[in-house]
Design a protein. Sequence first.
Lengths: 192, 192, 192, 192
Amino acid sequence: MARNDKREEIVRAARELIAENGFHGAPMAMIAERAGVGAGTIYRYFENKDVLINELYGGIEDRMNQIIMDGYSTETPFRGRFLHIGTGLLRYFIEHPLDFRYLEQFHNSPYGVAVRRDKLLGNREGGCNAFKELFEQGMAQQVLKNFPLVILFDLAFGPLVTVARDHILGFVTLDAAMIVRTVEACWDGIKR
Amino acid sequence: MARNDKREEIVRAARELIAENGFHGAPMAMIAERAGVGAGTIYRYFENKDVLINELYGGIEDRMNQIIMDGYSTETPFRGRFLHIGTGLLRYFIEHPLDFRYLEQFHNSPYGVAVRRDKLLGNREGGCNAFKELFEQGMAQQVLKNFPLVILFDLAFGPLVTVARDHILGFVTLDAAMIVRTVEACWDGIKR
Amino acid sequence: MARNDKREEIVRAARELIAENGFHGAPMAMIAERAGVGAGTIYRYFENKDVLINELYGGIEDRMNQIIMDGYSTETPFRGRFLHIGTGLLRYFIEHPLDFRYLEQFHNSPYGVAVRRDKLLGNREGGCNAFKELFEQGMAQQVLKNFPLVILFDLAFGPLVTVARDHILGFVTLDAAMIVRTVEACWDGIKR
Amino acid sequence: MARNDKREEIVRAARELIAENGFHGAPMAMIAERAGVGAGTIYRYFENKDVLINELYGGIEDRMNQIIMDGYSTETPFRGRFLHIGTGLLRYFIEHPLDFRYLEQFHNSPYGVAVRRDKLLGNREGGCNAFKELFEQGMAQQVLKNFPLVILFDLAFGPLVTVARDHILGFVTLDAAMIVRTVEACWDGIKR
DNA sequence: GATGAATGAGCGTTCATTCAT
DNA sequence: AATGAATGAACGCTCATTCAT
């Protein structure tokens, strides 16, 4: 197995196990076994479990941003841009429940807080920046309600995450139309 | 220390530690130490850690419901009733950050999922029933958008939780006015 | 409850629980509960658990000896005397399975060894002395095989204990006739 | 230390401690210490304490059966066959006092009862089957007293176990001649 | 570089014993 | 005298991490 393959297997195994069982349900030995490598090998690629968890997070976020931002254009009117990102996000969650579960586990840990702080301070790249720009422009042009940026994020993101969770847990089933309607409702919440 | 004081100390210590560090970061021995009791003493009041966690949750929920529902009247128009509950909830979260953090930890665990399922099925008492009634009536009277109840919950609750978290983590600071404006924005999201 | 009643209740509860569940399955708190007394009360009557266990043993042995030796006469010929004691013993075991189980638990512990040592050295009273006398006389009069006393004990007692255990565990069912035949077989083993 | 050595050390330490102090007197940490390994290491070789206890038992039984049955021939007359097995057993006990004490502890536990049940039902291999065959044939050919098989076992085994215990505890000392005479006495007990 | 056996601190929990009431 | 709440050492077991091979 080539070096990169090995790393990839470790990442895949860790994501699966953590998403399925939480951080507690994913001991390093189990990750190693599922990845088909030795337990010690993981430590050649990741300094320790925390680092693995953080890198895993970054990988998911990157892939998610890429998919969401595909076809995104700053030429589109505000509402369309919001719907693009919002539905993209919600669709990604639903189509990648393992990633979603992982993100939830992650955000509910000390690291999650640190990462979120960096994001809000703009220290991190990603689709969030598109959101940030969108919201700042939207407020400047009086299309959006005048709120601290963080709250605008929460009004827009909050329901999407919660809805995705309920879909994945089986409390409700979202089809394409419902996804759109849900994101439209979020828009109603933030638009002036 | 009287018997009830001791129990209260255990509950306080557990809530603090779990809120601050999560379930993993709150070993029974540490809870006992912070409560100023012996490790075995906890088991006189709670059969095991799971029971402690669940009772803690129940206590928080009860207190929260009581405060939120105080002054609530089904005579008030829909919007007013929603604002009453929504601002009550958000205010409670902000004024009881430990409770809020605890609830977050709890809902991100297998127990949390089970509890949420019961709630949705109406098997549990509490403020949620008021919400449920409000939403069902609101939809029936065409005041609210027509959505599955679960999604309506998410559109209304999701942002409040997210906003509360950001306030508590210090990413934004909510004053009384901002609390109201935030809940009003949530109303805009669900109203027809 | 009078003092002696209380002591008796503790003894009864302890015997039952230890016989049923072994020493591990009989915590002091459980004994206290079944006896209907406070946990600390036991320590007014018995210095600690070990003392309780030992006194319990003595009580069982005393009662057993009394029953077994009832009607025993040194006038009877050797064989009859052996059958009297042997069948008495086996019958007692079968009719008092709790006592038997207790004795087994007890003998399989450090205390059991000490007690057995005392017995063989003649430091303890009881039915054993009758056995001892019987065996010593029997050997002197060439009715019994010439063996160290200890071995004669073992040849005579060993099967009775084992048979009783198997009866109580349900591996075999002994009726009155079988009891006699079993003890007769033991006699065949030791007689010259 | 090689892998097999380590396993062997754990087995040795466990057998010693359990034989000397019983199951309660042999905590896993103590076994590990005496074996010269870390506490967690034991769990690489044995799933849990119960498994360790059972495997230990199986190992002892296997070795014992092999030694006892060495040179055993179904051509030999009944008495000779019984003496072969009986003296083999007693000699094994005396020469392997740790094994003997271990077996006693084991049989006085829930597992021991289950194992004995299996043996009686013939679900287990080993020297017992030779005994069983011997007894059944012996009864059929009227050489042995007519007893339920279980009782015949007890009459033959019971004294051997008891004698071995007394020898090991130092209450009596058996030499080769005394071993033979003891087993002969057992034969007298079961022969017609 | 890769391995996986070995480690030991730390977990949740039990229970004989004490002592304030 | 009697209580039973409180204790904390000790248990079986897990798992992130190390290091000899």
